[in-house]
Design a protein around this ligand. Structure first.
Ligand SMILES: Cc1cc2nc3c(=O)[nH]c(=O)nc-3n(C[C@H](O)[C@H](O)[C@H](O)COP(=O)(O)O)c2cc1C
Length: 287
């Protein structure tokens, strides 16, 4: 492994390293207005949700590394303490990229990007009509992270109203990832699209917990036939099945057991299908 000390590294290198390794980053498509009510729209990928109660989003417009100047979005949130954070989808990404140009502060990037201003309810900045989700926010704090070019400013935003396209939501009103079709930022000029072939589910050990990798029989670990994700799935079972369960398990009888060599692919297949208990039963049967 190579080691990098930020104190001995240039800002460009650090910036490129951060943005290419801390991925994927969601994108806040932020609309603001200046003190005269002129709208501004810009994307920020130093962004995330940080609290549910109160509901808080934070994004970071940095001082320009080229000019050392603060961005228009920064000046606007300092002046008005309001913004709308819109979530962009794949359909909008090329237009969104246009709005990130360093236009003079008088320029309305809604027009440059070809987006439609939709009046907000509780804040002055308009929201992006084309966006599938929009959060009207009051800015509760702006935390400066430094004086030099490249220094971020954490803009702490309390959500006061949420708009979303209900045709992209499930019956509980939560967004369906495949339908939202969100985009996120990677390093350089790369983006990623959240599409169905990249989405997978893993059970959340919230109310209970798994037995852990340390409870998996030693021979399984010694043989090194399972990868980390397979060991993790085995470790997620709440209780190691006992011998009686192995004897009673009908599905085991389906397998013609010819020793460990043939059984391992079978266990892997069960794990791939998320049949964790069956995988355990087969593993204990041979072990
Ligand atoms: C997808 C994307 C993400 C970006 N993320 C950030 C960011 O997190 N912080 C930042 O300072 N600039 C970021 N930028 C650059 C700003 O959008 C750009 O500097 C913009 O001109 C700022 O506009 P403003 O001066 O109107 O606020 C990003 C650009 C793109 C295309």
């Amino acid at each position: 492994m190579k080691t990098l000390n930020p104190k001995e590294t240039g800002i460009k290198e650090i910036s490129n390293f951060l943005t290419s390794s801390v991925i994927p980053r969601p994108i806040a498509f932020v609309s603001t207005v200046d003190e005269n009510g002129n709208p501004n729209l810009s994307p920020f990928s130093f962004f995330n949700a940080f609290s549910s109660d109160p509901p808080i989003l934070v994004f970071s417009p940095a001082k320009s590394a080229l000019t050392g100047k603060q961005k228009d979005t920064y000046h606007n949130v300092m002046a008005t303490k309001e913004c709308v954070i819109n979530i962009a989808n794949y359909e909008m990404v090329e237009q969104l990229s246009v709005t990130s140009g360093a236009y003079p502060e008088s320029v309305n990037e809604f027009l440059k990007g070809g987006f439609t201003e939709e009046k907000s309810v509780l804040v002055k900045p308009p929201r992006v009509k084309e966006a599938p989700v929009a959060f009207e926010c009051k800015v509760t704090d702006v935390i400066s992270l430094g004086e030099k070019g490249g220094a971020g400013n954490l803009v702490v935003c309390e959500i006061v109203l949420i708009h979303f396209d209900e045709s992209l939501a499930d019956e509980k009103g939560n967004m369906i990832a495949e339908k939202l079709d969100a985009v996120c930022r990677l390093g350089y000029n790369f983006y990623a699209r959240i599409s169905s072939e990249n989405i997978f589910e893993t059970p959340k050990p919230l109310r209970s917990y798994g037995v852990g990798v340390d409870a998996i029989p030693q021979w399984v670990k010694d043989e090194k036939v399972f990868n980390g994700n397979e060991l993790g799935k085995l470790a997620s079972i709440h209780e190691v099945p006992d011998k009686k369960e192995i004897e009673n398990e009908a599905s085991l009888k389906e397998y013609i057991l010819q020793g460990k060599g043939d059984t391992i692919p079978e266990i892997k297949k069960l794990l791939d299908q998320n049949k964790i208990k069956e995988a355990w039963l087969l593993m204990l049967h041979v072990g």
